[in-house]
Ligand binder design. Structure first.
Ligand code: ADP
Ligand code: MG
Ligand code: MG
Ligand code: MG
Ligand code: MG
Length: 442
């Protein structure tokens, strides 16, 4: 562990921290927090802070709603954008029942359980995400819009890239909070950006993704802009993904690497791919959790549609990046940042581990762009597609025993029920597209 209880008390004192935010993530991937003053810190560090679980969507029923927050000491971080006197810090928490057992609906606990299983077999799960986002203008009432005046594209720079100043500030803030930022650049669509930080163990990366999104939104606002991670805010333009780069290491060595293989991959890496491919249709319900997610997964925008893998091109579900050695990894290209990263990573790891345990061989790799193939060519290759909407993904999820087992009954059932409702509500909407298409001619 990085910090002891006394370390935290000392840091809070020395740094003049006034407020501590106790954070956790709900089932649907929303960051929640309760703020305490430093006078309550010791109580919080002794796991005595309570909250009403019934008020958090999907957590608990009213009769049994008391829950306890247990701060993870190692997650202490000070928010650099808050005042320098009377600072604000945060601690990420695990959630416990009054009887002292971990709450089975806590996404962080679900990822911890799978991580432990992998650890017991000697594996460390390393993950590096690429979270894309848009920076849009706000209107005169401070409400978000999808308006941008910029026309920059991939790797463009200022003065065309109007988000450049905001992005620089985001990078510096992330670094202040301990992130190792590897790269940042303008993305393909106007007003679209990406900032990449270094991979870490699954649980740390999931925490980092939640922090990253908070930082991006906060700093955007300071620049008078609005940041969104919505997967497909605009028809006809690229959507925002969360490519998820994964590898396993053992005793500090990347075990996905095998220089003697034609793609530089080990047996474990192939089986891991096999396991993910076996479960990807069901996993999509978690990695692509909202109605809008499926509007990104269409041909022509570098987002995957077909269940295939490649070491060469960027249209399939899984890509093997060219960098080898310690950087040997597989890149899962379907997830988007609307997902709960704890649940998404728990499922990827569990599916990959099943692949290794059961020696699941993946299909042959595909080195042509699947967008350009005809129906006939696709048929000949026997390529399957990802679910084309949320409803189909939920059907796949419901059938998949691995998902029920990893998520546990509580999350599995609540997730399906809530998302089915979301789908029904969406399906009954009358959209502008329908009015434009049908009003005048029917
Ligand atoms: P792309 O070429 O797809 O744009 P990026 O360079 O934007 O990829 O992002 C690559 C990500 O992969 C980074 O987060 C990086 O830290 C991560 N990464 C590098 N090596 C590994 C590894 N061995 N395991 C997991 N992630 C890794
Ligand atoms: Mg990238
Ligand atoms: Mg790169
Ligand atoms: Mg990108
Ligand atoms: Mg990528």
């Amino acid at each position: 562990a990085k910090y002891t209880k006394q370390d935290i008390i000392d840091i809070v004192q020395d740094e003049d921290v006034e407020f501590i935010r106790l954070q956790f993530t709900d089932i649907f991937g929303t960051l929640k927090n309760v703020a305490i003053t430093s006078s309550q810190l010791e109580k919080a560090l002794d796991n005595k802070c309570m909250f009403d679980g019934a008020s958090i969507q999907g957590f608990a029923r009213v009769e049994e709603s008391d829950m306890y927050l247990r701060p993870d000491y190692d997650t202490l971080a000070i928010f650099p954008w808050r005042p320098q006197q009377g600072k604000v810090a945060r601690l990420i928490c695990d959630i416990y029942n009054p009887d002292g057992s971990p709450f089975e609906g806590d996404p962080r606990y679900i990822l911890k359980k799978v991580t432990k299983k992998a650890k017991d077999l000697g594996y460390t799960f390393n993950v590096g995400p690429e979270c894309e986002f848009f920076l849009y203008h706000m209107d005169d009432d401070g409400q978000p819009t999808t308006i941008t005046h910029e026309k920059a594209g991939y790797f463009d720079l200022g003065p065309i890239d109007l988000g450049e100043n905001a992005r620089r500030d985001m990078v510096l803030t992330l670094e202040d909070m301990g992130f190792e930022v590897e790269a940042s650049h303008h993305e393909v669509a106007p007003a679209q950006h990406e900032i990449d930080f270094k991979y870490d163990e699954g649980i740390v990366t999931a925490d980092n993704i939640m922090t990253y999104k908070l930082v991006i939104r906060t700093i955007a606002k300071r620049h008078g802009l609005f940041a969104t991670f919505m997967p497909k805010p605009k028809f006809g333009e690229c959507g925002s993904g969360m490519h998820t780069n994964m590898s396993l290491s053992r005793d500090g060595k990347n075990i996905f690497a095998d220089p003697s293989d034609k793609f530089g991959l080990s047996k474990e890496a192939y089986y891991f791919i096999g396991g993910i491919m076996k479960h990807i249709k069901a996993i999509t319900a978690i990695t692509n959790p909202i109605v809008n997610s499926y509007k990104r997964l269409v041909p022509g925008f570098e987002a995957p549609v077909h269940i295939a893998w490649s070491a060469k091109n960027r249209s399939p579900l899984i890509r093997i990046p060219a960098s080898k050695g310690e950087s040997t990894r597989i890149e899962l290209r379907s997830p988007d940042s609307a997902c709960n990263p704890y649940l998404a990573l728990a499922l990827c790891l569990a599916a990959g581990m099943e692949g290794i345990e059961e020696k699941i061989e993946p299909m042959e790799s595909i080195d042509i762009n699947t967008y350009d193939m005809s129906e006939k060519e696709l048929k000949a290759l026997n390529l399957e597609e990802l679910p084309s909407n949320l409803s189909k993904a939920l059907d796949e999820m419901e059938k998949d025993e691995l998902l029920r087992q990893v998520l546990g009954d509580h999350v599995f059932n609540i997730y399906l029920e809530t998302k089915r409702k979301e789908w029904r509500e969406y399906s009954s909407q009358v959209t502008k597209w329908e009015i434009d298409q049908f009003l005048y001619k029917i």
